[in-house]
Design a protein around this ligand. Structure first.
Ligand code: SF4
Length: 198
């Protein structure tokens, strides 16, 4: 199942309007300089929590939490995400996802299993490679954003106010793009939600 590097048992800020637990998925293909979850980036590192342990935790919290948010790292990196979402929904939880959109095909498979998506937009798509260190990352993110927009899943587009984004009107460009989609861009200061060390 999923490799999980950390868990927040209770949060009111990671899934708008809901009480949720957050599962921090291990691994991310990108290397943003400002990443505050560096310990989650190595996909080769096995998770610190067994999936059975997480399922037992969620079983005991049924009725106390509304939902479960899959965060990271980048949750869509792991092939087991679809099965994990299915299992969590079968327990009666709402499901949320934090993604930056590097794997649009897996995101497409997950969208029917999601009740909410928070998608991170890092900059105008043509500038992504400079932030992520990975060629083609902007194309993947643009395709993922389109999938999110065209789905019926409630969504939030948000961005981290890194110095690169603040320069050369990049933030204005992202805000204008999101406004064109009919959405509002949520601004996050650097160092917001950090996965707890296990
Ligand atoms: S996409 Fe997110 S998790 Fe991955 S390196 Fe960038 S900030 Fe960190």
């Amino acid at each position: 199942m999923l490799s999980i590097g950390g868990l927040t048992p209770f949060t009111t800020i990671d899934y708008p309007g809901k009480l949720a637990a957050v599962l921090f998925c291990q691994g991310c293909p990108w290397r943003c300089g400002y990443c505050h979850n560096q310990h989650l980036l190595d996909a080769g590192q096995s998770g610190t929590m067994a999936w059975d342990e997480i399922m037992a935790f969620l079983h005991h919290r049924r009725g106390l939490l509304d939902g479960v948010v899959f965060s990271g790292g980048e949750p869509t990196l792991q092939a087991g995400l679809v099965a994990a979402l299915t299992e969590v929904r079968q327990m009666g939880y709402l499901t949320g996802l934090h993604t930056a959109g590097p794997y649009p095909d897996r995101l497409a498979a997950c969208l029917p299993l999601l009740n909410w998506v928070g998608m991170d937009l890092k900059a105008p798509f043509e500038c992504y490679d400079a932030i992520t260190g990975v060629r083609g990352s902007g194309r993947a993110a643009a395709r993922s954003a389109e999938l999110v927009r065209l789905s019926s899943v409630p969504r939030q587009f948000r961005t981290t106010l890194a110095p690169f984004l603040r320069a050369e009107c990049r933030l204005d460009k992202v805000q204008q793009l999101v406004a064109k989609w009919g959405d509002e861009l949520v601004l996050q200061e650097l160092q917001t939600t950090t996965a707890p060390a296990q």
